[in-house]
Design a protein around this ligand. Sequence first.
Ligand code: LLP
Length: 425
Amino acid sequence: PASTTEPRAGDLAVGGVPLAEIADRFGTPVYVLDESEVRERCRTYRHAFPDAEVLYAAKAFLCRAMVHWVGEEGLGLDVCSAGELELAVTTGFPAERILLHGNAKSPRDLELALRLGVGRIVIDSPSEIARLAAAVGPGRRQKVMVRVVPGVSAGGHDKIRTGTEDQKFGMSLRDGYAQHAIARILDQPRLELTGLHCHLGSQITTVKPYLAAVRRLVGLMARLHGQHGIVLPELDLGGGHGIAYRPGEPALDLTALARQVRAELTAGCAAAGLPVPRLIIEPGRAVVGPAGVAVYHVLSVKHTGEHTFVAVDGGMSDNPRPALYGVPYAPRLIGRHSAAAPAPVTVVGRHCEAGDVLAADVALPADVRPGDLLAVPVAGAYHLSMASGYNMVGRPPVAAVHAGHARLLVRRESLDDIRSRDVGL
Ligand code: LLP
């Protein structure tokens, strides 16, 4: 993260607070969010995309403070459940700046979204159309968008590619499938179609796939104009902007993305005789990922014939990403200075399966030992938002650092929390 500094040898500080101090105060594992960095990243988006609407994708990580920060920095929100929606609105976030997604929205999701008055709902399948129109009720109109499959393959891992035909999201452009659904939406007086939506996938590091998506979507806008005479005022390109998880890895260049998307959109619309729609983007990871650090204590060190296993007090329940996608992280020793040479180790978690590996074959000082602290940088996105209750270890707390102070945002899940949900016997 940009704002990490090293106040003294081996002691990493975030937002002016040494991580070792945060570990002492809140215990481990603990997730630390750098408020200034989140805000700075929001501002980077506002500057790169001054005429676009930037919606933070809440699924990357949400808590009340996040809602507050992104709102203050002028972003809207993309949510995909009643849970995310309710947290945002009860924090004071204006519902009209919220967009609801989901390939299988529950009746409760829709009921809450309509009751609170969300700005837009993205229709993901034909079966949603009549159900949504009925739920809107007589005399009212809900703004909707339509998620289409642009047929563009992009993303850091097969499991997070969503722009291709062979996955569950959106409606295909093939055989008029999306067009047919759109005609049905236009027939519903309670639904107001404001634009097309697509989301290519996640952890995309080049601009090209976005340009291909713009071309496909502008093509569809032109066909819809010809067929129904409609001009859609908005175009949502989703999120997926890739970040570097380890030093030297590529990240998506947001300035280049903004400039090239704008050029492609302007040229495509001019050629089709359409006005340029307002652009919407939905970044999640790139807003919060680099602003988070996970801190663990080492609990055991074990040497086998070929490996050194360094086991920490968290694991796949707070960070399922290595187990799910096999992605590499770069943990580092913090809290003390070590003069020992680096040695290859595998950092593992505390969970009851061999696949609970946080970082395979990484270099740590050879004298790493129980009681040491390890920091895992770039831990802000899709760690805690995908945390599970596995082995009943309890979800870690989240602390925010800002201007040399740390404060608790989300408390640790306690044994009481775990016990109190269980009301059977
Ligand atoms: N918009 C839509 C409709 C999405 O489905 C997503 C992410 C985003 C925006 C935000 O994408 P981002 O900018 O954060 O890449 N668990 C995976 C990532 C799954 C992303 C799901 N959708 C991971 O840990 O890499």
